[in-house]
Design a protein around this ligand. Sequence first.
Ligand code: C5P
Length: 220
Amino acid sequence: AFPTLVAIDGPAGSGKSSVSRAVARKLGFAYLDTGAAYRALAWAMQHRKVDTSDVDAVIAELADFDYSIGTDPDASAVTVGESDVTEAIREPAVSAAVSAVARIPEVRTHLTELFRSIARDVDRPGIVVEGRDITTIVAPEAEVRILLTASQEARMGRRSAELPTESADTVAEALRSRDRADSQVVDFMSAADGVTTVDSTHLDFEQTVDAVIEVINTRT
Ligand code: C5P
């Protein structure tokens, strides 16, 4: 049988990644952070000094994009070639460059195929796949589809806590501009037909994890 697919979308700072990882851990499922793949590609372009506004140059590099990501929720290291980029892809410079790479249709098609094959081949009873377009494009057929949201204020506060060395204003502005750029490509702010919204604005981490697991339990 195919693994149970849980698709979770949401904006930056919604708690998507940490919640999805915790849910996968609790259910014994695999976990795939698709944003990490877009980030790894942006990192690789910066590393190779490719101008990310040069669409043809980015597409030309795609064939050589040798990337891997662990799907064990307790060991999801990200590598590009020989480099472990797990930490580096979280740097603000990568966050600032990623949307330009992610809006190229060839990039999306390439990574979407990769995500589908990872999800198909997983050796666990299920997989939680998390990103911006999982419920709509990557896996619209998923048994469970969730949009994880939170108020802008809550999202800024959480992201700020993750980046203690940056000022709250800098973090807020970076998040706003990334949301603006990303939402021109995919709509991750409203739930598509059949997608269940979980609003974490007034929930703490454990409550959000429980709310997601409850949706999964009612759908499987
Ligand atoms: O989830 P995270 O914020 O780490 O994603 C980083 C970036 O990757 C997003 O800002 C977006 O540009 C891109 N992304 C995407 N589609 C996805 C996941 C991420 O375009 N499914």
